[in-house]
Design a protein around this ligand. Sequence first.
Ligand SMILES: Cc1cc2nc3c(=O)[nH]c(=O)nc-3n(C[C@H](O)[C@H](O)[C@H](O)COP(=O)(O)OP(=O)(O)OC[C@H]3O[C@@H](n4cnc5c(N)ncnc54)[C@H](O)[C@@H]3O)c2cc1C
Length: 480
Amino acid sequence: MCTASDRITPTYEAVVIGGGVAGLIAARDLAVSGLRVCLIEAEHAVGGRVQQATLAGLPVELGAEAFATRGGAMEALLHELGLEAEQVRPERAPAWVITAQTAHPLPVSGALGIPARPLTARTSIGLGAALWAATEPWRPRSPHVPGASVADVARARIGTRATAALVAPVVEGVYSVPPDQLPFDGQGELARAYARTGSLVRAAREMRSANLAAGGAVASLAGGMSRLIARLMRELQRLNVTVHTGDAVTELAPAAAPDTGWRVRWGRGECRTDAVVLAIPPREVHRLLPDLPARAAELQPETVVETVALVVDSPALGGTAELPAPRGTGALIRPDHPCIAAKALTHATAKWAWLRDAAPAGRHVVRLSYGARGRSPATAGLSNEAAAELALRDASETLGVPLDPAQLVAHARARWSIPARAQPPALPPGVHCTGEAYSGTGLASVVPHARSAANKVIRDRPSTISPAHSAHSPSEVERT
Ligand SMILES: Cc1cc2nc3c(=O)[nH]c(=O)nc-3n(C[C@H](O)[C@H](O)[C@H](O)COP(=O)(O)OP(=O)(O)OC[C@H]3O[C@@H](n4cnc5c(N)ncnc54)[C@H](O)[C@@H]3O)c2cc1C
């Protein structure tokens, strides 16, 4: 008879902690290379900030709904997963900016709100400000100021008005931080193009030259981004990866001699492993490895953002023949707007043809986002019903279409914690970290970083340990 003390601690060649996109991708790549892998996720569902709700029979994304096509990392992944044919582009309609005085479409091409063709922004920022921005490529280079924010650089180059009206709403909408708090040097391709050309407008033009149409730089999957999560889970099952959900990892410590590697504990489970990939926010990395020195960024409070998705019956949201949707694919709201508490609205049925086709005539899906760094969501502390009422009022004001509570068919709400950007800490041997805080925001940054973390584990493996994939036990998805 087998007693508890006889039970052998399961051993893996790699354990991935965190089952968001970063963790799922790392686990998949490790398993593809032949390693015996275990993934542990704190929540009952994997996916992290990619989560879908079904509202009135419609699949509605509450977190990430698309990905940037830059760099080609997502395209390569979708190809490997056999999902390339499922890729969809958003409808060709601009997003709008809503201010206290006006509602105007964003210039069709641009990067981070910086217009690639500034004169197309004249209705939004006025002719004088548009002309000033349009002459920016011919002005002398500005000196490089280390630590300058996106707002510093934008104000110096394209002017205060264009920065406030175009850059601020986009930065807050995408990064949930005001542009004064977003370091310009962290802006990857845009920062590199600016350093090369000396002009923000030229840099925006370069970045978008291949994607001049609105929405050309983003794509998604028919059925929603969560199809990626479902596909990755199928992959993990196929590759015999053990997946535990519903319990956070609480302890990560060196294995007791004579064992080597790491001991991982969660809820009622425990295992030993040669290598660990931490695909969790810095707060959790430092909780599991308290001896790591923490830098200021890792200790910054996480930004709380809430999304409220609404399904409404409103034929008026279908727009007119001239204007098929009142605010194109959605709108960014100026942070100082006196009546609208939301920072952004996505008109999902106007943005994604597959969703519009799935919805009955006159039925629409809109999603509003609340909260940014230093600005707690206006929905925080409200009941779900009160949050939906606020979102409906904000949607009505943003879209310029009266919406009555009787038109609300269904609603859902999600709360997200967004870690501040951090430098990867100096980790002990066999431990690697990945995830948005270390890679940068968005799937196009998270995916290649996670793949490179998995590659490091594979590369660093002692050659004496042979891959154990032939001895894998059947895959299991457990709730411990
Ligand atoms: C509202 C919203 C909209 C967005 N829209 C887009 C978009 O359209 N396009 C885009 O590219 N990006 C978008 N993003 C960003 C994108 O969602 C993230 O960059 C990405 O999903 C982050 O993945 P991740 O795996 O690094 O982190 P997460 O998804 O946060 O995953 C981390 C996981 O670790 C788990 N975990 C934490 N601690 C532990 C522990 N101790 N033990 C076990 N598990 C633990 C968590 O439960 C979580 O599941 C959006 C984000 C939000 C919030």
